[in-house]
Design a binder for this molecule. Sequence first.
Ligand code: 2AL
Length: 170
Amino acid sequence: MDIEKVNSMDFGEFVDVFGNVIERCPLIAAAVWSKRPFSDLGDLEKHFFAFIDGLPLSGQEGVLRCHPELAGRELQWGRLTAESQREQRAAGLQNLGAAERLRLTELTAQYRARFGFPFVLAVRLSDPAAAPRELSRRLRCPPAQELRTALGEVKKICHLRLADLLGEQP
Ligand code: 2AL
């Protein structure tokens, strides 16, 4: 799909196609449609990122809370969005051993208890061993810093999903 095709989309089609580039946040695509025409992928993603950056703290936390846990029950039960399912499977998170899964479950629970939102990591950019390592490191970060880090991961996921849709190299 090229950028002319994106610019020619009506509102409904645009939200159908881009509604999950920010996980389970179609409202963001609905807002970004008003910003067309877009010059290229970078321009398009800039508007998604600007929307997130412009949200109040409660909205930014809400965006994070729309993400599923890594290697959680939804993955085992096949209840994730198609994009998440693909990403978590490709990262090998469905095939963790029992001990590794338990370790990840414990760490993600600690993370959620500390920060009030799920741990978010762009898993396509890391290997399976990176998730527990990153979790342990980020668990020790101050909350304001961690919010920024987590939103940075949301933007990386968004970039990869947009690149997939536009058929570009990320
Ligand atoms: C995810 C997900 O579903 N895909 C990805 O890259 N990261 N979830 C998460 N909590 O980090």
